[in-house]
Design a protein around this ligand. Structure first.
Ligand code: AVI
Length: 324
């Protein structure tokens, strides 16, 4: 079998009109916000890759360590001839650790909102794994999308959702997403998911306030993106990055802070900002293993095994679709 990249031109990421609607709605509400999925244009995805290399940003490093250490056990759990669907594939670096250990995977379907990033990654992967069929899907996985079947019958489907992206959803949204994933699966199909664990506030806050300012640039790229894609006129120097741990809610919150009183025009809508007024750009929920197990059990998932690191910073959980 030769390298196989299955084109899927009908499936496209969310269009600009949706971005505009979401921004106008988010900035018009009393507590202003912009959904964090809009971080990931081509530039934002590249900055995110830089975040993943930072000393302070432990999640990527620790999750990769877990995958290296327990990769064979994890691959055994998934079994041979699996159809692997990855939610939010980004650069698929952790996936390689899994692909290196899986026995004859039938099909790999990376799903990502950033079109350019996705097709570059899928090309490289198809070259590096010549026996693997790769079928990229450019889509917002919070909305319905179709998954190609592939040429060979898979023994089971496994959804891979690494990177603690689940933490970027409010709890009720996370539950809905886990229910949607369950709907796409049959009894016995799998979910392999990585999530960040609750830990010392100082460690958490350092991870989202790195000294080199990469996370600040990631946050502020949202303003650049609204300027370039929506014709907004944010003065990006007049907004600052603010990230802190909200202890009561158990999450990191990331905001853009207006550094002075100012007005911004977006598609003929004028938004006035007071000094110190903020736009919420991201939640990053930190879970305990038992909370996560309970949350997934509500929507038809049964936890089979969990792997974590020595300090209990991060967890990778394997679950199977049970009958309700
Ligand atoms: C993608 N997601 C899991 C990251 C996180 O840690 O919540 C996004 C991020 N935001 C700032 N740094 C990283």
């Amino acid at each position: 079998m030769s390298a196989s990249l299955i084109e899927n031109p009908l499936l496209r990421a969310s269009p600009a009109a949706e971005f505009l609607d979401d921004v106008l709605r988010g900035l018009s509400s009393v507590s202003r916000s912009v959904p964090s999925k809009y971080f990931y244009d081509d530039i934002g995805s590249t900055i995110f890759d830089e975040i993943c290399k930072l000393d302070e940003y432990y999640p990527t490093r620790v999750e990769s360590e877990i995958m290296h250490r327990y990769g064979n056990e994890i691959a055994c759990r998934l079994g041979a001839n699996v159809r692997l669907i990855e939610y939010g594939s980004g650069s698929s670096l952790k996936t390689r650790i899994l692909l290196d250990r899986l026995v004859d995977p039938c099909l790999y379907v990376p799903v990502d909102i950033s079109n350019e990033h996705l097709s570059r990654m899928a090309d490289t992967l198809a070259t590096d794994y010549p026996l693997l069929s790769v079928a990229p899907v450019a889509a917002d996985f919070t909305r319905p999308f179709e998954v190609p079947k592939g040429r060979f019958e898979a023994r089971r489907t496994c959804v891979y959702f690494p990177g603690s992206t689940i933490g970027n959803f409010l709890q009720e949204e996370a539950i809905q997403l886990l229910a949607d994933i369950a709907d796409r699966c049959e009894r016995g199909d799998g979910l392999l998911i990585g999530f960040d664990l609750r830990k010392d506030k100082d460690v958490l806050e350092k991870a989202y306030n790195d000294r080199a300012g990469v996370t600040a640039a990631f946050n502020k790229n949202l303003l650049h993106r609204m300027n370039s894609d929506l014709g907004a006129n944010f003065d990006t120097r007049q907004f600052g990055h603010h990230a802190f741990f909200n202890d009561a809610a158990g999450r990191i919150e990331m905001h853009l802070v207006s550094l002075r009183e100012q007005s911004v025009d977006i598609a003929d809508h004028l938004f006035r900002f007071d000094r110190n007024e903020t736009i919420l750009t991201e939640y990053s929920q930190k879970y305990s293993i038992s909370d996560f197990e309970q949350m997934t059990a509500q929507v038809g998932w049964q936890c089979k095994e969990t792997w974590s690191d020595k300090r209990d910073y991060f967890a990778v959980m394997y679950l199977e679709r049970s009958s309700f």
